[in-house]
Ligand binder design. Structure first.
Ligand code: 5GP
Ligand code: 5GP
Length: 226
């Protein structure tokens, strides 16, 4: 009888371990996405500078997005964990600099960050709490200095470049292949809009992307100034 009891307890413990394992490995990798402000703003839709002023001419963070290897992704995973600005008050200045909002009407960024946390961040909560999530993204931006990477290859804002030269420049500097996403300026020309890099589930190191998003660029694209 005691033996029987013991095996039930062991089974339950094993089951709990399995559930915990599945819950903590609920996605496969992150896309770390940075946007070029010049390309967000020169579209037909235009943009609004943040209430804190025009951001520097540099890539800004768009988001850190949990993803699955098959290309699909989880979203809005935990409505009981709303964005709480007080948890990241120590990061606010860095956030304003590195993660500025350009949507209209002008804002201080809280709305953008709240959207990103609630849609994407809550899906990585088992690995990163809110403070760790934002801090990790800020750290990744330091690690992957895209503007510096492009400038080192002679690719500067205000010109037109081959898609391949942009990809090669980032690969050379970051050590991993990026995904380049284009949008169109108000005249309909393809331009460099966002650069995706892939990151492991702990948010600590860049990896090769298991899968790339879909999208379209031309072989030669604009890199507008901002
Ligand atoms: P869009 O359709 O403009 O490319 O993407 C709209 C939004 O959907 C993105 O800002 C992001 O929140 C989400 N999204 C688009 N593609 C992906 C993807 O491949 N992975 C993840 N995790 N989110 C994505
Ligand atoms: P996602 O595309 O990540 O799902 O959602 C982006 C949301 O954040 C949209 O509702 C968009 O209006 C808002 N947003 C605020 N500021 C920005 C910004 O600077 N860039 C982008 N792409 N979206 C922003």
């Amino acid at each position: 009888m005691a033996k029987f009891h013991c095996s039930i307890v062991i089974s339950l413990v094993l089951l709990q371990c399995l559930v915990a394992l599945v819950a903590s490995e609920s996605f496969d990798f992150f896309y770390f996405v940075q946007q070029w402000p010049g390309s967000y703003c020169d579209t037909e839709q235009s943009c609004c500078y943040p209430t804190t002023g025009k951001p520097a001419e540099d890539f800004g963070i768009h988001g850190l997005w949990p993803n699955y290897n098959d290309g699909s992704y989880p979203s809005n995973c935990d409505s009981s964990s709303p964005f709480d600005p007080s948890e990241i008050s120590d990061l606010e200045r860095s956030m304003q600099k590195s993660w500025p909002t350009l949507a209209c009407p002008s804002g201080d960024g809280q709305k953008f960050w709240s959207h990103e946390w609630e849609k994407h961040g809550t899906c990585s909560e088992s690995n990163l709490d809110q403070h760790a999530y934002f801090k990790t993204a800020l750290g990744l931006k330091q690690k992957a200095n895209l503007l510096q990477a492009l400038k080192s290859a002679g690719i500067t804002p205000g010109g037109s470049y081959s898609l391949k030269s942009i990809k090669d420049a980032v690969t050379e500097a970051a050590g991993y292949t990026p995904w380049i996403q284009c949008n169109k300026d108000s005249s309909g020309n393809f331009q460099l809009y966002q650069i995706y890099l892939c990151v492991d589930t702990s948010g600590s190191k860049l990896i090769e992307c298991p899968v790339f998003p879909k999208g379209q660029c031309s072989s030669e694209i604009e890199f507008p100034s901002f």
